[in-house]
Design a protein around this ligand. Structure first.
Ligand code: NAD
Ligand code: IPM
Ligand code: MN
Length: 361
């Protein structure tokens, strides 16, 4: 047995509560196979139910309760009928990212075998890139306010914050990632023609950073035309680095180009390991399908694979990805969820992936 890894499980709201158990089922299967000792602890906070009971999203001691874990396995938060989204998200997930300095949000976009892209002419492997999203500052800032409220002169202001440390550290991560990939290509997303202070600053830092990476070919796009290029030429991208808001948008668009956002994973990483990193699907709580048992669990399961990778269990992580690909390739409509064209359920798909792991050589 390798040493024990402690994982905080936070399912959150809606389909978060449906996909997290499938993620755990797969993690359990792969851990058993590889002799990995994953110890889970369950938390009910960061949910609308908790908010209704306590009037707050998190208990006062949440930071100390979570900081000692090796990782956080997170579902999704948001139930706007009960608590406004900005209250629930600023009261939970965004606190985790900031307080645990998870300044990298790594989001792979890959067209997997057996999945049909809505874009014609692309097959498995043709689309395969990472969005590296800045995760603790940028447009997601709480600096601002409202003046002259309720009058015709009402003004609302919210500042974008870019620090040299914050920008340089995400660029360094992205350039390092690009250097490690066969195509060694980095794309930076900004909007420097319109947003005339922060965005040119980001461009300037990209240029400075690129000097340390002569082997990496890099380019930059304004975000508007970049979204067009994601749709028109998704195979042109390798590593795409972006500010918090632009990275958020690109990391829904990218997976949509690869068939469904239901498969997209993410890793909110504190690279220094001073705090736990958090692994969650890109998607949200999906109130429109919650409670039906039809949510695709692959985004959660793949996030589990990213967590294993982060914990140094690369063999187990590869096994999970291979099992996902094998089940998708089978095209078995009785197992696949409706977003993949099937008539299966969250648990039929989770079960199929877990049992593929058990039977893999
Ligand atoms: P969403 O990702 O929850 O849903 C968007 C669409 O994609 C819906 O039609 C949904 O049914 C579908 N979808 C999402 N995940 C799916 C899956 N696994 N399988 C099949 N279909 C899936 O985005 P939204 O509707 O904008 O947000 C709903 C709530 O979730 C809001 O409260 C929002 O703030 C929150 N949210 C949370 C997170 C997070 O916790 N990281 C991320 C995004 C949105
Ligand atoms: C995501 C989500 C969150 C974000 C929301 C729910 C605050 O969309 O993880 O992509 O914008 O970061
Ligand atoms: Mn998002």
């Amino acid at each position: 047995m390798s040493s024990q890894k402690s994982i905080a499980a936070i399912p959150g709201d809606g389909i978060g509560q449906e996909v997290v158990p499938e993620g755990r089922r797969v993690l359990q299967a792969v851990s058993q196979k590889h002799g990995i000792d994953l110890e889970f602890a369950d938390f009910d906070f960061a949910s609308a139910d908790y908010y209704q009971a306590h009037g707050t999203m998190l208990p006062e001691d949440w930071f100390d309760s979570l900081r000692g874990f090796d990782a956080i396995f997170f579902g999704a938060v948001g139930w706007p009928d009960v608590v406004p989204d900005h209250v629930s998200l600023w009261g939970s997930l965004l606190q985790f990212r900031r307080s645990f300095d998870q300044y990298i949000n790594l989001r792979p976009c890959r067209l997997l075998p057996g999945v049909k892209s809505p874009l014609s002419g692309y097959g498995p492997g043709d689309v395969d890139f990472y969005v590296v999203r800045e995760n603790t500052e940028g447009e997601y800032s709480s600096i601002g306010g409202k003046m002259f409220e309720g009058t015709d002169r009402e003004i609302v202001v919210q500042e974008t914050v870019m620090t040299r440390t914050g920008v340089d550290r995400v660029l360094k991560f992205a350039f390092d990632l690009a250097r490690s990939r066969p195509n060694q290509h980095l794309t930076s997303a900004t909007k420097s023609n319109g947003i005339s202070i922060t965005m040119p600053y980001w461009d300037e830092r990209v240029k400075v950073m690129s000097e340390g990476y002569p082997d990496v070919v890099w380019d930059q796009f304004h975000i508007d035309i970049l979204t067009a290029n994601f749709v028109l030429k998704p195979n042109n991208f390798d590593v795409v680095v972006a500010s918090n808001l632009f990275g958020d948008i690109l990391s829904d668009l990218g997976p949509a180009c690869t068939g469904t956002i239901g498969v997209a994973p993410s890793a909110n990483i504190n690279p220094e390991g001073s705090f736990p990193s958090l692994f969650e699907p890109v998607h949200g709580s999906a109130p429109d399908i919650a409670g039906q048992g039809i949510a695709n669990p692959i985004g959660q399961i793949w996030s589990g694979a990213m967590m294993l990778d982060h914990l140094g269990e690369t063999g187990a992580s590869t096994d999970v990805l291979e099992a996902i690909e094998s089940v998708l390739s089978s095209g078995d409509a009785s197992v696949l969820t409706p977003d993949l064209g099937g008539r299966g359920t969250t648990s039929s798909l989770g079960e199929a992936i877990a049992s593929t792991i058990v039977s893999q050589d």
